[in-house]
Every structure is written in C-alpha cells, then in structure tokens.
Design a protein around this ligand. Structure first.
Ligand SMILES: Nc1ncnc2c1ncn2[C@@H]1O[C@H](COP(=O)(O)OP(=O)(O)O)[C@@H](O)[C@H]1O
Ligand SMILES: [Mg+2]
Length: 247
C-alpha cells in the first residue's frame, strides 16, 4: 500500500479535478502494464494508447461522481433548514475550488457586515460550493457561542481532545465571532484556536458583526492581528434582510 501511494496520475491531463482516488486494480484492464508505466512516471499520458486514456478517464470520473455524492450528503445532513437552498456566487465557488485544490494555499475569509446582511448565509453557500467540488476534505461549522459552550472545562471531560478536533479541521467555519460575552477565558481559547490555524496554514471562514475598526478592541490585539493577516475580507452590505418579511 505504501508503495502505491508514491504512484502518480496526470489528473489534469485527464481533466479530472484534484482528489484522492483509488487506482484501478491490477488485472482489471488488458493494457495494465502500460497504465502501470504511467503510474510510476515512466510513460506520459501522450505515450498511452487512446483506449488507455479513455479507460483511465472513465475509471476516475466514476470516483468523481461518488465523491461528489458523498460530499453533498455530508453537506445536506449538516446544513440547517434555513440555509439548505443557499446558492454560491462566483467568488464563493472560486474559493471552494482553490480550497479543494490546495487547502494550505488558500487564504481564510472574514465575512463582515451588520446583523441580517447574509453572513451566515454566505458561509453556508461557500460550504455548498465546497461540497460541489466533491472534495473529500471535511469541514466543521460552529457558532462561536456553541464552540465556547462545548469547550468549557467540565469535570471528567477532556476538552483538550475536543479543542484539537476543532483546531485541526480541514476547514473551520466560526460564525459570529466577537458576539459572545468576552472574558479572559474566551479570549484565550479564541487566541489558541486562531493561532493554531494560523501557524498550520489551515483555512477558516469567520463571520463577525464587528466593523474592522472595532476588531482589535473587541477581540484583543493578538487575535485581531492574526485575523487581519490570514483573511481576505468580504463585506456584506445592505439592510437587515430579516426585517423584510421572512423571519
Ligand atoms: N443572498 C441571499 N439570498 C437570499 N436570502 C438571503 C441571502 N443572504 C441572506 N439571506 C436571508 O436573509 C436572512 C439573514 O441572513 P443571515 O445570513 O442569517 O444574516 P447574518 O448572518 O448576517 O445576520 C436569512 O433568512 C437568510 O436566509
Ligand atoms: Mg448570522
């Protein structure tokens, strides 16, 4: 198995999106020797017979479909009813593709804007776009308030394990940062979380009602300066959509 993990496939050449796919099993194709030469890097796609390339493309395309179904199932199970029909815009879709291609290279996002401008909606739309890429990378979405409630030390419970599970998520969405009562403990746990993701180049999506000028005062300099460096900011404007009629 170890040896197989060193094998490579020219997915771009096949038109297959980046992902973690199983190779065809030996003996499932007549020209398997040639395919193997491609996997070991000795033969480029252009050196294969057209039928070989077609076989490979079909083989991986099937897994693309499976992966997409799994990723959409994961999204569908987790998304709250209110945000189930979110549609990603071009920017959300592009971000999701970059994330799926190289999760350590993509910048985090900070969605800001007053209450009701669609920050949570936008965050879920990015998660839908992530699911649509079919990536096997997994995300977690927490409101900051729930996260703090879940991580509060309790007798006999190891909150460090829970902390690490969240801190190491492939993609972490933290909704309503700065909206909870800010205590020393909240500041410390927020700092540890954000600093860990900053140091490990793990992408996050934060949402906050706080205007940029108030970030530092509200979250503390250590948190605010990391957020500023690691995030692209998306500002949501407009009226409170909740006042328009829909509850
Ligand atoms: N782009 C959008 N299209 C349609 N409805 C939206 C959009 N953005 C937000 N909404 C709706 O507006 C309401 C407020 O959005 P929400 O994301 O909860 O705001 P915020 O998180 O900024 O307080 C929700 O009912 C949401 O479904
Ligand atoms: Mg919200």
């Amino acid at each position: 198995m170890n040896q197989r993990s060193k094998l490579t496939v020219d997915f771009a050449g096949l038109g297959i999106p980046p992902g973690n796919y199983a190779l065809p099993a030996p003996g499932t194709y007549d020209g398997y020797d040639r395919l193997e030469q491609h996997f070991t890097g000795d033969l480029q796609l252009s050196g294969l017979a057209p039928a070989d390339v077609e076989f490979l493309r079909d083989h991986f395309a099937e897994q693309v479909t499976e992966h997409r179904e799994q990723a959409m199932d994961y999204f569908t199970v987790k998304v709250p009813r209110r945000f189930a029909a979110t549609t990603p815009d071009g920017r959300a879709t592009a971000w999701a593709r970059d994330f799926a291609a190289d999760r350590h290279a993509v910048k985090s996002l900070l969605l800001s804007g007053p209450t009701g401008t669609g920050k949570t909606y936008y965050a879920w739309s990015v998660l839908r776009a992530v699911a649509e890429t079919g990536t096997q990378l997994r995300w977690q979405m927490h409101t900051a308030a729930d996260l703090y409630a879940g991580l509060r030390p309790r007798d006999g419970e190891d909150s460090q394990t829970a902390f690490e599970r969240i801190a190491n998520a492939h993609l972490l969405v933290l909704d309503d940062l700065g909206a909870s009562k800010w205590t020393e403990w909240v500041e410390e746990i927020t700092y540890r979380l954000i600093n860990h993701r900053y140091e490990e180049c793990l992408p996050s999506i934060f949402t906050s009602n706080l205007p940029p000028a108030e970030l530092r005062d509200a979250l503390g300099g250590r948190v605010a300066s990391r957020l500023t460096e690691m995030c692209d900011r998306i500002v949501l404007k407009g009226d409170d959509r909740r006042k328009g009629g829909a509850k």
